[in-house]
Design a binder for this molecule. Structure first.
Ligand SMILES: C[S@@+](CC[C@H](N)C(=O)[O-])C[C@H]1O[C@@H](n2cnc3c(N)ncnc32)[C@H](O)[C@@H]1O
Length: 462
């Protein structure tokens, strides 16, 4: 998340790299996403010298792919082979979204897209076809674009099933969610209260020359947001752990779970799906007790270690399946926790602003599959909560099957679970509207954040 946010500011690749090479590589990334690979992973495989430019182009293409695909459907009778189709869609997405910041002269772009096609054996045979489509689009651009914008996929740049689902789940907010998903997220930082305070951090940042171009403000209780992204290595206080990159909605997790609890040095907290450790670190910044950070993915557990070591914090990190506790505690006493955070694997439909590929990567069937995993994790981990203890369930999803419905099923199946005051669904940017301002007194409203779901349960003795 951090790297993508910061490098989105790279709008153009070094001039010595020809545009056709970047277009070719962007088309490969699009093809990888279409065949189920995440954008982050596909971009990692791009040659280092091309990567900044290809990343900027790819982010733009994902935000305009719906419009491009509808336009393509008007231009072609038969869909071309996959690689040529990806190249055509990349060129159309750049041409139709040119007002959004990537400015290439239209005829140069067409020439370079055709050059990209000619230079690869898999697309060479389609180069005349691509040329004809793109030139026709330029001739009839206004009419074709207007028509494409009357189609929901062309208008909202999300798959049809996603739009339908949002209409059902959020009848009053679906348009605002889709609009937010197509915007750029701010850079949000969490200030480590063990090392500094928001006021002190803001005054240090404001004392630096040149930051005036960036609008900086407090978000939530201990967060700061910058209107423009900054490379991570340039963020004041990042290297020494004074601040960490974390969305404002994600910053609610640790205080929601811990505020009002009477924890002491003997207390134990489980962060059950912890990698890369953003919320683990926040918990450790707020308490002085044992935190067990568990994740099934060993490589991602390395990221927990890296994050905590940057900040100077320590957790017991375990690579294990949270759904099989018997495999990861040595002693029965290790199986009881005062507080459990379950930041469950989910569709990530709430963080589309930062990961615009997600909408094209997901399939509708993923929702039910992930909801089943979440249900199982919730039931399993609830057994590890001490009487009087708490479990915070959260997902970075806006789909109700992964949030509200999951919480309702859980409370109806577990009579000893009391739902405490919780935000529920936070749709991108709207928390000030839906009354979730408990952490935002002193005028520090959360008005610009990712989509999230939070439900906080307390274990009753019955
Ligand atoms: C939403 S991410 C967690 C983000 C993290 N809490 C943070 O704030 O940095 C979900 C994590 O769940 C992990 N995961 C998925 N299934 C799991 C399981 N059965 N047991 C433990 N971890 C799991 C994934 O590897 C992934 O790192």
């Amino acid at each position: 998340m951090t790297l993508q946010t910061s490098s989105e500011i790279v709008k153009k690749a070094p001039t010595q790299i020809p545009l056709w090479r970047q277009l070719q590589s962007t088309a490969n990334v699009l093809q990888a996403v279409r065949s189920g690979e995440s954008g982050t992973s596909a971009l990692k495989q791009v040659e280092a010298s091309l990567r900044p430019g290809v990343q900027a182009l790819s982010f733009h293409v994902w935000r305009w792919l719906g419009t491009a695909e509808i336009i393509k459907s008007y231009l072609v009778k038969r869909v071309p082979p996959a690689q040529a189709d990806a190249l055509l869609c990349v060129a159309l997405a750049i041409l139709c979204g040119e007002s959004a910041g990537l400015r290439y002269e239209a005829f140069t772009l067409v020439d370079q897209a055709v050059e990209a096609a000619k230079r690869h054996p898999n697309t060479n045979a389609s180069s005349s076809f691509i040329n004809a489509c793109l030139r026709r689009f330029l001739r009839e651009k206004d009419a074709i674009t207007q028509k494409a914008l009357t189609h929901p996929v062309g208008q909202w740049n999300h798959p049809q099933w996603w739009i339908k689902r949002l209409k059902i789940d959020h009848p009053n907010a679906w348009q605002q969610i889709l609009e937010s998903n197509n915007t750029h997220a701010p850079l949000s930082l969490r200030v480590n209260v063990k090392k500094s305070s928001v006021a002190s951090y803001l005054s240090s940042v404001n004392a630096i020359d040149g930051v005036a171009v960036n609008e900086i403000k407090q978000v939530g209780k201990c967060g700061v947001s910058f209107s423009k992204a900054i490379p991570v290595h340039e963020i004041l206080g990042f290297a020494d752990g004074t601040v960490s990159v974390q969305d404002a909605a994600a910053q609610l997790a640790a205080p929601l779970l811990l505020d009002g609890m009477n924890l002491n040095a003997q207390s134990r907290i489980l962060d059950a799906c912890a990698a890369p450790g953003g919320k683990t670190a926040h918990l450790l910044e707020m308490v002085d007790c044992e935190v067990v950070a568990l994740d099934i993915d060993a490589a991602r557990c390395d990221l927990i270690h890296q994050n905590l070591s940057r900040i100077g914090l320590h957790a017991k990190v375990i690579v294990a399946d949270a759904a099989k506790p018997i495999t990861w505690f040595d002693d029965q006493k290790d199986a009881h926790f005062d507080a459990v955070l379950l930041d469950a694997p989910c569709t990530a439909s709430g963080i589309v602003r930062r990961h615009p590929d997600i909408r094209w990567l997901r399939r509708e069937t993923d929702i039910a599959q992930l909801a089943e995993i979440q249900r199982h994790l919730l039931d399993t981990l609830w057994k590890l909560v001490k009487p009087g203890g708490r479990l915070l369930y959260c997902t970075c999803s806006v789909f109700k099957a992964e949030g509200q419905d999951q919480a309702a099923l859980f409370t109806s199946n577990n009579k000893n679970a009391k739902l405490l005051n919780s935000p529920g669904h936070l749709t991108p940017k709207n928390s000030a509207k839906n009354g979730v301002v408990t952490h935002n007194q002193q005028g520090n409203e959360l008005t610009n954040h990712d989509g999230f779901f939070y439900a906080l349960f307390e274990k009753q003795s019955i």
